[in-house]
Design a protein around this ligand. Structure first.
Ligand code: S3P
Length: 450
C-alpha cells in the first residue's frame, strides 16, 4: 500500500496514449475462452482487473500466449486458445481481485458448468452487492451461494442444466445484463434481459460482431436483449481505447490552461459517451472526429467550464467518470449536480462519500444530500491547493478516486504564477491505480513534457 505525492503540473500537449478498454478487454477474454480454437486480441488492457480475468480463464483450461506488441501501444497482444472441450474444474478459488466486472461476468460463465467453482476478490469486492446476479442465475437453474444468503462474495457456484429466463434487473447494470447473457449462451431456450435504463452494450456488440443469435431492441431509454444458446467462433480483434481513461486526460486538458491534446481511437459507443456529453454541456472545447460508428478521435483544448446537471440516462452513460467529472465541476463556475446517483455507492468504494471527502479536503464546496452530490465552484483553483501546505487525501483504495484527485492537483498550476508555492497532495493506497491504468503517472508526465 504505497502513498503517492502529486504536485501541480504543467499544461498537457501532444498525443495521449490511453489503455485498451477494460470492459471490452474482459469480454474479449471471456469470448476467446468459450471459442473453439485460437483467438487473437490486440491492445488488451494491462490493468490488474483484466489480468485477473485472464488468470481465471487460464485456470479453467484456456491457453494464453503473449505476442509482440508495438512500443507505443498501451495494451497487450495475446493469443488465446479456448473452447468448451478444454474447460476443467478449477483447483483453487478464482481470485478476481478488485474487479466487480470480472467477478460478475465470470459468475455467469461458470453457471453453465456442473463443476464447483469459487469466486473471491479483495476487501472491496467482498463488500459489493452480488444478490443482483445471484438471483437471476439461480432462476436459470444454477446453484449459487455466497455469504449472507448469496448477497456477498465469496460466491460458490455449481451450474449446468440452465434454462433461459426473461428478466428485468432492478438496477441499471451492464455487469448484471452481461452475467445473465453469458449464462444464457449455454441455456435452453431464449434468454431475455429488459433494461429500463440502457447500459453499455459490449456483450451484445461482441455477439453481433461474431454473428451469434442476439437481438437488440432499443426504445427510448429502455433496451431489450434476446439471445439463444450458441457456440462462439474464434476471432481476431483490436480493443479500442478506454473512454473512462480518456476522460481523465480530457478533463485535465480542459481545466489546465494552455493544454491541447489528441486522444485517438476511443470507444464512444452506446453507454460510454456520457462523459463527453457532460463535458460539452459544461462548455469544453472538444472536437470529435468519428472513425467508425463506435470509435472516434478527440481533440481537446482548455476552456472555461460551467456547472451542469447529470442524472438519468446521462448519469448511467458516465457512471465510471463521475469522480473525474466532479473534478471538472470543482474547476467550473457555478453549481454541478449529480442527481439520483445511488449506484455510485456500490462501486469500488462508496464514490459519493469518497468524492465529497476528497473535494472538501481540496477546499471545494461539495455536499451529499441523500443520493445526490452537489459541487459549487468559482472557476478558480480550489483554495486549499494554494496554501502551500501538504494535503492528505484518501483514495479509499479506489483507482478512479486516486486518479481524479491527481488531476485536481495537477491543475493547480493555473494559479502557480501568482502564488509561488502550490500545495502537494498525498494520496494513500495509490497502487489502486494499477487496477485499470498502471502507466497513469507516466502518461501524464509525457503529456506535460511536450
Ligand atoms: C461495467 C459496468 C459498470 C461499470 C464497470 C464496468 C462493465 O458497472 O461501472 O466499471 O464492464 O460491464 P455496472 O454494470 O454495475 O453499473
Amino acid at each position: 500500500m504505497t502513498n503517492k505525492i502529486i504536485k501541480s503540473g504543467k499544461p498537457l500537449n501532444g498525443k495521449a496514449v490511453i489503455p485498451g478498454d477494460k470492459s471490452i478487454s474482459h469480454r474479449m477474454l471471456i469470448f476467446a475462452f468459450l471459442a473453439e480454437g485460437s483467438s487473437e486480441i490486440r491492445g488488451l488492457s494491462r490493468g490488474d482487473d483484466v489480468k485477473r480475468t485472464a488468470a481465471a480463464i487460464e485456470n479453467l483450461g484456456a491457453n494464453l500466449e503473449h505476442l509482440l506488441s508495438s512500443q507505443d501501444s498501451n495494451g497487450d497482444n495475446v493469443l488465446i486458445t479456448g473452447g468448451l472441450s478444454r474447460v476443467k474444474e478449477p483447483t483453487y478459488p478464482l481470485d478476481m481481485g478488485n474487479s466487480g466486472t470480472g467477478l460478475r461476468l465470470m459468475a455467469g460463465v461458470l453457471s453453465r458448468f456442473d463443476f464447483l467453482s469459487i469466486l473471491i476478490g479483495d476487501d472491496s469486492i467482498h463488500r459489493r452487492p452480488m444478490g443482483r446476479i445471484v438471483e437471476p442465475l439461480r432462476q436459470m437453474g444454477a446453484r449459487v451461494d455466497g455469504r449472507v444468503d448469496g448477497t456477498l462474495a465469496p460466491l460458490v457456484i455449481r451450474g449446468g442444466g440452465l434454462q433461459g429466463i426473461d428478466y428485468a434487473p432492478q438496477v441499471p447494470s451492464a455487469q448484471v445484463k452481461s452475467s445473465i447473457l453469458l449464462a444464457g449462451m449455454g441455456a435452453k431456450g431464449t434468454t431475455v434481459v429488459r433494461e429500463h435504463t440502457a447500459t453499455r452494450r459490449h456483450t451484445e456488440e461482441m455477439c453481433q460482431l461474431l454473428e451469434l443469435p442476439v437481438e437488440v431492441e432499443s426504445v427510448g431509454q429502455s433496451l431489450k436483449v434476446s439471445l439463444q444458446a450458441c457456440s462462439v467462433p474464434p476471432f481476431n480483434l483490436d480493443v479500442p481505447r478506454d473512454p473512462s481513461q480518456a476522460a481523465f486526460v480530457a478533463v485535465a486538458a480542459s481545466i489546465i490552461e494552455g493544454s491541447e491534446v489528441e486522444i485517438e481511437n476511443v470507444y464512444l459507443g452506446p453507454g460510454r459517451d456520457g462523459f463527453l456529453r457532460v463535458l460539452l454541456d459544461m462548455g469544453a472545447n472538444i472536437e470529435v472526429h468519428k472513425r467508425t460508428d463506435n470509435t472516434a478521435d478527440l481533440s481537446v483544448k482548455s476552456a472555461n467550464l460551467q456547472g451542469t446537471v447529470v442524472t438519468g440516462q446521462l448519469l448511467a452513460d458516465s457512471i465510471d467518470e463521475v469522480p473525474v467529472l466532479a473534478v471538472a465541476a470543482a474547476y467550473a463556475t457555478g453549481e454541478t449536480k449529480f442527481l439520483d446517483a445511488g449506484e455510485l455507492r456500490a462501486k469500488e468504494s462508496d464514490r459519493l462519500v469518497a468524492i465529497e471527502e476528497g473535494l472538501l479536503r481540496l477546499g471545494v464546496a461539495a455536499k451529499i444530500e441523500g443520493d445526490n452530490l452537489f459541487i459549487e465552484a468559482t472557476g478558480r483553483v480550489p483554495g486549499n491547493l494554494l496554501t502551500g501546505e501538504k494535503i492528505m487525501c484518501r483514495s479509499f483504495h479506489d483507482h478512479r478516486i486516486a486518479m481524479a484527485l491527481s488531476v485536481a492537483t495537477m491543475a493547480a498550476c493555473n494559479e502557480s504564477a501568482s502564488n509561488q508555492v502550490t500545495s502537494e497532495l498525498e494520496i494513500d493506497d495509490f497502487d489502486a491505480v494499477d487496477t485499470s491504468w498502471p502507466g497513469f503517472i507516466e502518461a501524464f508526465a509525457t503529456l506535460q513534457q511536450n
